[in-house]
Design a protein. Structure first.
Length: 519
């Protein structure tokens, strides 16, 4: 890959670039919470920086978004209810599960990478920048959603079913899925955003809980694996308990975040394992074998087939859930997403047909606008069906899909450049200001503590001696980039995971998310 290509993959707004930092503060064991200078105490910890590029994740988002369009276009055409492919078209809703696994992986990996980096220096305490994270997530999800919602409310008012201010507020605040009586309003696909937004609130809190005490060495790895296993088991048990409940305050349980912990935790499990290998600068051996990506996708296809034909899921999108069908759906949907993600998580990312396909220009473009595709497609379907004169369950799938997908891509590209990217850039600026304000506050508290020390003791004597940070060739000694962890010379080896399986390019850390429904 050319240098320009490496820089493009490592650009600061590239959501597939994962870095250790994730805008958190690392406090090594025995160190003060913050130095009076405002420089993170991790400057002298000697922790390696894990920087791994995942160029295939935009392609995964594109696949998930296309699946969601297929399930909705297929249902109102002749595909789902009137053809032998109906069971497979109905299960294209599996794209939602793929999005949940993507979010679990991309949003948690920076946090777990910090934990494992700190574990290698003897442990300590990790303080995530929850405020900055939430600012970026808000600006990633909310502006475009509100825009699409308002436009849809105008152009298809008879189908939006938002009859009063209360319903409008429920939709705009992502709570319409929490009660059955609220659910049939707004953008029908937006119930998944209720789950996503809840996960955004949850991730920094979970990272804070596991980062309160980071253990040394492999112990922290076991803690991380135990944590994601506990999420999976808890979510599955709660799901089993709630199946069939359709009265009272709990009738909206399908939109509860814990019900979906099983899927998010599978992505988080991949994040933990990926971060562990990233600390060692290598891939799992199986992922370097020829054809490994194809084998993973064949297993994903097997899970899709099982979900479509072996657990009794109906063709209609709304049905009476049973323990067998609902838990079976979560199991096979989760496994499908798991095997689909594997080639994009592990292995040389420019080797093999699967990884090259995911990182191709077309898939990368569609993935970058996938959130818009997710939000716009239902409105486009309604407008096309109204203006074209086509009749529901009488129009063929192919002409409907071609028209709907083409218009949706055009709208999504337009709003990506006019709304999404400017909002993301603004969010990064706001998050940076938030982080700097927090640092100044910590520095002020630490400075006040120094000044209140024993009389006659000067400030320099009251402060611990600074430990020189490791430097790279050409770097100014003693200067620490406030957004990174210093990289020891031995970390930059040819085995470091990068886009070609070689040295990973430098990049500005982001929250790496865009793991919204189609984001």
């Amino acid at each position: 890959m050319s240098g320009a290509g490496v820089r493009q993959l490592g650009r600061s707004d590239d959501p597939t670039t994962i870095a250790v930092d994730a805008d958190t503060t690392v406090v090594p064991a025995g160190a003060p919470a913050a130095s009076p200078t405002g420089v993170d105490a991790s400057a002298g910890s000697g922790a390696q920086r894990d920087l791994t590029v995942f160029p295939g994740f935009d392609g995964l988002r594109a696949i998930a978004a296309i699946l969601v369009v297929v399930v909705h276009a297929g249902f109102i055409s002749t595909l789902t209810l009137q053809s032998s492919l109906g069971p497979y078209a109905a299960r294209a809703e599996i794209g939602v599960a793929v999005f949940f696994l993507i979010s679990g992986f991309l949003l948690y990996r920076p946090f777990v990478a910090r934990h494992l980096a700190l574990a290698e220096t003897g442990g300590g305490r990790d303080v995530p920048d929850a405020g900055g994270f939430w600012i970026r997530r808000f600006m990633r999800i909310v502006p475009l959603y509100w825009l699409v919602f308002v436009i849809s409310l105008v152009v298809i008012t008879d189908k939006m079913i938002v009859s009063n201010i209360k319903g409008l507020a429920q939709c705009l605040l992502f709570v319409q899925g929490y009660r059955q009586e609220w659910a049939i309003q707004g953008l029908t696909q937006a119930w998944t955003l209720n789950v996503e937004v809840a996960f955004y609130l949850f991730v920094p809190l979970y990272a804070w809980l596991l980062g309160r005490r980071v253990f040394a060495g492999r112990t922290q790895l076991l803690v991380e694996l135990t944590g994601v296993a506990a999420l999976y088991v808890t979510g599955t048990l709660l799901h089993w308990r709630m199946v069939g409940v359709d009265t009272g305050w709990a009738d909206g349980w399908p939109a509860w975040l814990p019900i979906w912990w099983d899927l998010f935790s599978m992505g988080m499990f991949l994040a933990v394992v990926s971060a562990w290998y990233g600390r060692r600068g290598r891939h799992p051996r199986w992922s370097t074998l020829p054809g490994s990506g194809l084998v993973c996708w064949l297993l994903a296809a097997l899970c899709y087939w099982a979900a479509s034909t072996r657990i009794g899921l109906p063709l209609w999108p709304v049905y009476e859930a049973s323990v067998r069908t609902d838990l079976g759906k979560h199991l096979f949907y989760g496994l499908f997403g798991f095997f689909l993600l594997l080639p994009a998580v592990f292995g040389p990312q420019r080797r093999g047909i699967v990884r090259r396909f995911l990182a191709s220009r077309v898939m990368t473009f569609l993935g970058s606008i996938s959130y818009g595709i997710y939000l716009w497609h239902q409105t486009v379907i309604d407008v096309v069906m109204t203006r074209s004169g086509w009749k529901i369950w009488q129009i063929g799938f192919v002409p409907l899909f071609v028209v709907v997908f083409g218009l949706t891509v055009a709208l999504s590209a337009l709003t990506y450049y006019l709304i999404e990217r400017p909002c993301q850039n603004l969010a990064k600026d706001w998050a940076r200001r938030w982080k700097n304000r927090q640092r100044r506050g910590r520095a002020g508290v630490a400075g006040a503590a120094v000044r209140s020390g024993p009389a006659g003791q000067d400030q320099a004597a009251a402060e611990p001696a600074a430990i020189p940070a490791p430097t790279r060739p050409g770097a100014a000694a003693g200067v620490l980039d406030e957004t990174t962890v210093p990289v020891p010379p031995e970390a930059a080896t040819p085995d470091t995971i990068g886009p070609e399986g070689g040295a990973a390019p430098s990049a500005t850390p982001t929250d790496a998310g865009r793991g919204s429904r189609a984001g």
